[in-house]
Design a protein around this ligand. Structure first.
Ligand code: AGP
Length: 614
């Protein structure tokens, strides 16, 4: 996700852009830039970029003479293609420097467009996918920026929210969206275009909504919306009643809840570009390793911390099942000091959403020192992990503001599953039909996450009954054993209730001594080969009068009446993919208990978003 803003009106554009970018920075903050048009100064435009945060960009503007001009665009970046550098920072422009553009999303066919335009003499300076668009518009421009934009976008595949201006039309900003948010703010005699209303609330609460595949031509006194073929669309105008703080959270009370609800889109983003539409098989660009190299590994070691470590445990089940490779998973803080048995035959997979966790980075260096190959799974382009790993799979989840990992956990599991499919395919051990079945199921999963999110009222009601607990137990088997660990970790982190995750089969080897009527047990009892064993374990729990919260597959209740106190029905899916669905109610349960207990949900005590120290 990136933050984008455009302005045209009577105010000096620079302060509006910087002020807005500051409010959009939660959407991405690895580089930033503005372009400002001085219509009264002969139509000259000034471009200022920074490979740091918006604050650095603001300083550059304050240090120099503030660029004159009442029209401009601004961008704060969450890199997907190309490292966070000044050259890759937005805005990007055409050959003439008259057309400037900012973008949120991914241009999937940018390579072929770039080759076609380069053959016509266009020169590119960045590594980004975005840069092809201003050059394509330049190629098609005949004095009407909106028309040229429509023509260009009919050639583009992928996701985009774009804001563009051209010096030849000095009061016009053009916006367009497909699979990425964009909204128009209507002021009095001024107009704004932004990736979300966060940036616009202080200036106006009248919003004009742009639909998928629509293009807007916005001037201070007039706004026109069309479809890509140029047909006019009746504008839809609303008035919002959020304040700025609420807007940044999209109307949610906390970032954590917003990010839990983002997960269907997060899953789509993590899969974007990664299933070949023709073959139905997994493709992972950027791995830095071909199939021969992938097939050469004899074992896998997964190193990570906290929630990322748990995502590694889920990945272990997938790799061992689909690629038949032995996998060890351990906390990076253990791996780095135990003289690990890894060498040139080992693929070390380091999982870290921040890409900056000290123990994980130390484990990577330890692995490299022993000749192992390192693959990083991270959310941050240009992070230390991304730079040090031999290959990278990006989560493509956008920034996660809540300290407790939610959507990045989902994306880590999704990327782990894709890696398992890729490894199985490369080793020639994965049946092609099973491969296609799993990629199809993954692509069909987002609506199931939507349905799991609809369980929120039930989880909120349950939270009221369990918020007083001092201890809790989470149990699961197979690939859902790590999900039990994650459910316990989420509850611990945000509500401060002591919670333990356990393999259900382990209960009778000690932990069952903890159970009594005051210790709720959350059991993952969804469709699986070992469901009958989980039911037996829950009978043991019931016999100790501990209250049971059971997650079951919709319509598949294996329990006698009275055995469990609460039943949460989640959509059924392939057991290998079930952690992506099952974790959602556990996240909601932890969230609502924390709210009931008045905890600081987004910034829990003693925690940090990225643990960059040992
Ligand atoms: C997860 O909710 C925690 N915030 C924490 O365990 C986190 O997963 C861990 O610190 C690893 O962070 P990373 O993914 O950035 O390496």
């Amino acid at each position: 996700m990136c933050g984008i803003i455009g302005y045209s009106g009577p105010r000096p554009a620079a302060p509006v852009l910087i002020d807005s970018l500051r409010r959009l920075e939660y959407r991405g903050y690895d580089s930033a830039g503005v372009a400002i048009l001085d219509a009264h100064g002969g139509g000259t435009s000034t471009v200022i970029k920074s490979e740091r945060k918006v604050a650095e960009l603001a300083r550059q503007l304050e240090d120099g003479a503030e660029p004159a001009g009442n029209l401009g665009i601004g961008h704060t970046r969450w890199a997907t293609h190309g490292r966070p550098t000044v050259v890759n920072a937005h805005p990007h422009q055409d050959c003439t420097g008259r057309i400037h553009l900012i973008h949120n999303g991914i241009i999937e066919n940018f390579r072929e467009l770039r080759a076609e335009l380069a053959a016509k003499g266009h020169e590119f300076v960045s590594e980004t996918d975005t840069e092809v668009v201003p050059h394509l518009i330049e190629e098609l421009y005949r004095g009407d920026l909106a028309a040229a934009t429509r023509a260009a976008l009919r050639r583009v595949h992928g996701a985009y929210a774009l804001v563009i201006f051209c010096a030849e039309e000095p009061d016009l900003i053009v916006g367009a969206r497909l699979n990425a948010p964009l909204v128009v703010g209507l002021g009095s005699e001024e107009v704004f275009v932004s990736s979300d209303i966060t940036a616009l609330i202080p200036y106006t609460k009248r919003m004009l909504l742009i639909g998928e595949g629509e293009v807007v031509a916005a001037r201070p006194q007039s706004v026109e919306v069309t479809s890509l073929d140029g047909s006019r669309i009746e504008p839809r105008i609303i008035t919002v009643d959020w304040d700025a703080e609420q807007a940044q959270k999209g109307g949610y009370p906390h970032f954590m809840l917003k990010e839990i609800h983002e997960q269907p889109e997060t899953l789509r983003q993590s899969l974007r570009d990664r299933v070949d539409p023709d073959t139905g098989l997994t493709v992972l660009a950027g791995l830095g390793m071909d199939d021969a190299r992938l097939a050469s590994f004899e074992n896998v070691a997964i190193v990570a911390c906290g929630t990322a470590w748990i995502a590694g445990m889920v990945t272990k089940y997938a790799i061992e099942q689909l690629a038949r490779l032995p996998v060890q998973v351990e906390p990076a803080s253990e791996f780095r000091y135990r003289d690990p048995l890894v060498d040139g035959r080992t693929l070390v997979v380091a999982i870290s959403q921040s890409g900056e966790t000290a123990d994980t980075l130390a484990a990577v260096r330890e692995a490299h020192a022993r000749g192992a190959t390192v693959l990083g799974i991270t959310n941050v382009v240009g992070s230390a992990l991304a730079l040090e790993a031999d290959g990278t799979i990006y989560l493509q989840a956008g920034p996660e503001i809540g300290v407790a990992a939610t959507k990045t956990f989902l994306a880590q599991m999704s990327c782990g599953l894709l890696l398992a499919l890729r490894l199985g395919d490369a080793r020639g051990l994965l049946d092609v039909d099973r491969h296609r079945e799993l990629t199809r199921s993954l692509l069909e999963l987002p609506p199931m996450l939507e349905r799991a999110l609809q369980l929120e009222p039930q989880l909120a009601e349950m939270a009221q009954r369990y918020a007083h607990a001092r201890n809790a137990m989470f149990i699961g088997r197979g690939i859902n054993f790590p999900v039990a660990l994650e459910g316990a970790l989420k509850l611990k982190e945000v509500s401060y209730i002591h919670a333990e995750g356990y393999a259900a089969g382990e209960l009778k080897h000690g932990p069952i001594a903890l159970l009594d009527p005051d210790v709720p047990v959350v059991a993952l009892a969804t469709r699986s080969r070992t469901l009958s064993k989980v039911v037996n374990n829950i009978q043991e729990v019931h016999a100790r009068e501990a209250p049971v919260v059971a997650l079951i597959s919709e319509g598949e209740n294996p329990f006698d009446s009275g055995m469990v106190r609460d039943v949460v029905e989640v959509p059924a899916c392939d057991e290998l993919l079930s952690p992506l669905v099952n974790v959602v109610p556990l996240q909601l349960f932890a969230y609502h208990i924390a709210v009931q207990r008045g905890c600081d949900v987004d910034q829990p005590r003693n925690l940090a978003k990225s643990v960059t120290v040992e």
